[in-house]
Design a protein around this ligand. Structure first.
Ligand code: PSV
Ligand code: MN
Ligand code: MN
Length: 406
């Protein structure tokens, strides 16, 4: 993209009263965490495809993640999943991350892959199994202390397939018991992010099925608990932006797991089918960032943006680069919304004018802006091209097949 294209873009935005210096600063501050499990082999319940060059251990997953950060400048932290990323010495894993210019991000417990958990983990009727599950949650808090992680992201597969299979109200209380025990173990700067999911793997009821249930647990637990919105976990037609705005206003939006889906949660590349939804999510966040209430601003500032995708058929590192670039693009577009214009039109009752003021920002091509920002940051102007032109993709083939998988 030429300087001419940027000059034109600048002129257009200045004429609209958009402060590009502020937009650029915000873009430089955007951080998106990538998941260790997005670099390993994964699949559907029908098959896990084994790819050549996939990382063989958590250390190599970090090395792959470092490549994404190197070309995008957007991804300085990596979420881990225990026991998939279990190592003997977490201090060593942390140092390895630091040597690559990264840090370890959210710690994700795994309460869904042990045979004991077939009928539930923290909501199992058998007390011994509930204890085992709580033990794992506490182990993850200890790991977070060693890795220096602020967030523990919690997703529970617990639920039932048939009416009568479980006592929903008793399970609700067991869930709260487990979360409360974990909450007490947190250090003051840690957070518990509670994820919800409408269905799958349980198909009749899921113990934390929607944002309201996650919110209720968070409120009962205390200020260090918040809701984690996984964009793929809603029933079709859900207005995710509304949920986002509501949770921010209640100061309980802790973070996102970004991905996209067409029919149901399937961890596809974020923004690949519904970029406007992603843009509208950022619209709500940026609208709240202007709130005069400092507590709301600080909620916005501490939102953890994370990718949660397992790439089945895609090349893993390019798929992750594509994902974070899609997030950056929609964020950049949302930064072009003129909030006063929207408010002014809405105040006049001008429905179409207000909608137009939001949508217009989405319609700008932000390529010249992103290229200018990358140039200022000393990053490649085309991160995907830069990665593909390098030798890393070739070099890792030496790892062979049969890498880490879930
Ligand atoms: C399962 O739906 C899931 O995709 C959840 O979103 C979790 O966050 C993720 O797996 C990792 O445990
Ligand atoms: Mn998730
Ligand atoms: Mn999911």
């Amino acid at each position: 993209m030429s300087d001419k294209a940027y000059a034109l873009f600048e002129q257009q935005q200045q004429a609209r009263g958009i402060r590009l210096d502020e937009v650029k600063n915000r873009l430089k501050e955007l951080k998106i965490e990538t998941p260790s499990w997005g670099y390993g082999d994964s699949g559907t319940r029908f098959k896990v495809f084994q790819k050549t060059g996939v990382p063989r251990n958590p250390f190599e997953k970090l090395e792959d993640a470092a490549q994404v950060h190197k070309v995008t400048g957007l991804c300085p932290s990596v979420a881990i999943h225990i026991p998939w990323d279990k190592v003997e010495d977490y201090g060593k894993l942390r140092s390895h991350a630091e040597s690559l210019g990264l840090r370890i991000g959210a710690v994700n417990p795994n309460l869904f892959q042990d045979d004991d958990y077939m009928l539930g983990s923290v909501t199992h009727t058998d007390e011994a199994i509930r204890r085992k599950a709580i033990g794992h949650l506490l182990e993850c808090v200890d790991i977070a202390k060693e890795t220096g992680s602020r967030d523990l992201s919690l997703w529970f597969a617990d639920g039932t397939n048939y009416p009568g299979q479980g006592d929903i109200r008793r399970r609700k209380r067991w869930m709260l018991d487990a979360l409360s025990e974990m909450y007490k173990a947190l250090t003051p700067d840690m957070r518990m992010l509670i994820e919800y999911k409408a269905f799958e793997p349980a198909f009749y009821h899921t113990d934390i099925a929607d944002w309201g249930m996650a919110y209720n647990y968070a409120v009962k637990l205390g200020p260090q608990a918040a809701v984690l919105v996984d964009t793929g976990h809603h029933l079709p037609g859900a207005n995710i932006e509304h949920i986002v705005a509501y949770l921010i206003d209640e100061q309980r939006l802790g973070g996102f797991h970004f991905n996209s889906y067409k029919y149901a949660d399937d961890d596809l590349i974020v923004g690949s089918v519904n970029p406007y939804e992603l843009f509208l999510i950022f619209y709500q966040i940026l609208n709240a960032a202007n709130d005069e209430n400092a507590a709301i601003q600080s909620t916005v500032d501490s939102i953890a943006y994370m990718i949660d995708q397992s790439h089945n058929i895609e090349q893993k590192i390019p798929a992750m680069i594509r994902s974070v670039l899609n997030v950056q693009t929609q964020y950049a577009k949302a930064l072009l919304i003129h909030h006063d214009e929207v408010a002014e039109a809405a105040g006049r009752g001008d429905v179409l004018g207000a909608e137009d003021a939001v949508r217009r920002a989405f319609e700008f091509d932000v390529t010249p802006l992103l290229q200018a920002v990358r140039e200022e940051q000393g990053l490649p102007t085309d991160p995907m091209k830069a990665y593909l032109a390098g030798s890393y993709a070739q070099d890792i083939l030496a790892r062979g097949k049969g890498g880490a998988s879930w």
